[in-house]
Design a protein around this ligand. Sequence first.
Ligand code: NAD
Ligand code: ZN
Ligand code: ZN
Length: 367
Amino acid sequence: MRVTAATIEEVGAPLRVEELEIDDPRPGEARVRIVASGVCHTDAIAQEGDFPYPFPGVLGHEGAGIVEAVGDGVRNVAVGDAVVIGWPWCGECRNCREGQPRYCMQIGPLVGRGTREDGSTALRRPDGSPVHSHFFGQSSFATYSIVDAKVLVKLPEGFPVETAGPLACGLATGAGAVWNNVRPEVGSSLVVYGTGAVGLAAVMAAVNSGATTIIAVDRHESRLQLARELGATDTINVNEADPVQAVQEICGGHADYSLECTGNVKVLRQAADSVGLRGRCVIIGGAPAGAEFTLDHMSTLWGKTVAGVLGGEGTSDRLIGALARLHLTGRFPYDRLVARFRLDEVNDAMARSAAGDVLKPILVMEH
Ligand SMILES: NC(=O)c1ccc[n+]([C@@H]2O[C@H](COP(=O)([O-])OP(=O)(O)OC[C@H]3O[C@@H](n4cnc5c(N)ncnc54)[C@H](O)[C@@H]3O)[C@@H](O)[C@H]2O)c1
Ligand SMILES: [Zn+2]
Ligand SMILES: [Zn+2]
């Protein structure tokens, strides 16, 4: 059937809206009518060629919509269900079987291969030439998406589908890193470097935890203002103060935990230096391919942990389900981050996100 999609032809090229053909669902697959898709910084990283994905292809990995058709053997969702498309996972490797699907040993091909396992794409041009699909298993910058049905997460009754997509990646990543990895103790201090969508989700998750000092760091005053409104107890503008020193002043010493949500390795060093003896620094931001970082040996030796966290860890069902329910009760007000665009405004949405004008763009599809 016909689908409208924003395709990218080659590294660095702008996205272009065109009509493509999409497959019918095969066994185990579902076709989702995308209501809206969030735009994540990782889409821009892929556009710039710093995330391996073959072109021409369709980006987008924060899709939400309605299940329109299912293939044989699909039992976890039914036609008409409102769903978020979660991160892909194979279900068979050691990490999937041990309940850590974010670290699926097939995650590289599943997010970046651009095809199904058998090498087929779900999308093609009217002349029959294939267009890569399955970006993060979904390629949601399109009106429809073919997905592995087991990654779908059903939304609670009454949840607004249009704004649900960002729960799949950016918001789940920031919030899940706090709840599943940091697990702040009662009375602990936590500093979040970078208050984009990921960092602000970490702030909102920390507010729903026992952490009592929640410090947000950014270079945009408007984002720090929003961080305060969302529950940050302190903010640091890096244009005005050295953040490592400012953290020391706020906490009366090092912070217990830090989260790097900018993707800049210089900031990662600041995040690592913000925690001390037995402190934990969590790396979330995606830096350009091949980036390296250094640490101070002595202060790391003193029981410090520096850990990478993918997708907020845990499982999509539990994490997205929790975020959706907290949102419905006003405890995760992420809708304050969302700005709506049309699919044909995708380049503008990405540019405005990069410029810092917009926190979480969503592309609302017209059907
Ligand atoms: N690990 C994962 O699984 C995962 C998942 C999703 C996104 N990411 C990555 O997380 C990062 C954040 O994503 P986002 O959508 O929130 O991006 P974003 O661009 O909206 O946010 C980044 C924020 O960092 C701030 N910043 C930049 N330089 C800074 C500096 N020197 N000091 C302090 N703040 C600074 C920016 O002003 C911005 O507010 C990206 O790198 C993205 O690729 C990782
Ligand atoms: Zn993402
Ligand atoms: Zn797996």
